[in-house]
Design a protein around this ligand. Structure first.
Ligand SMILES: [Zn+2]
Length: 113
């Protein structure tokens, strides 16, 4: 074997080793890629869960416009109606809107537009 052939054989061996190492690297990277994809998927799930979490509905503050009826009466009033303030606190039923009060069977007082 002349020196030139020897060098060619040596070069091919080196190239083969490089290819083997590259293949191993590819396997390692694709494994890592799979792990990352799984991590991304679980993060996306968490983000989705967070974004769809129900925001708690704040209770209607007494100063907010709302409607009030007496448990013993037939009509509902705006909270600032004088009749509303005549209703005993223990008998008051609050409604967030007029429709809710009507649905509960109450009629609107003249104070309700
Ligand atoms: Zn009224």
């Amino acid at each position: 074997m002349n020196p030139f052939k020897k060098n060619v054989v040596k070069s091919f061996r080196a190239a083969k080793q490089d290819i083997t190492r590259l293949q191993q690297e590819i396997v390692r990277i694709s494994t890592e890629n799979k792990e990352l994809k799984n991590a991304i998927a679980s993060i996306q799930k968490e983000v989705f869960a967070l974004s769809t979490q129900k925001q708690p509905v704040p209770p209607v503050a007494p100063s907010d416009p709302h409607f009030v009826a007496s448990n013993t009466g037939e009509k509902f009033h705006q909270s600032n109606c004088p009749f509303a303030s005549n209703i005993k606190k223990g008998n008051r039923t609050y409604f967030p809107n007029a429709k809710a009060a009507r649905d509960a069977g109450y009629k609107a007082c003249n104070c309700v537009n």
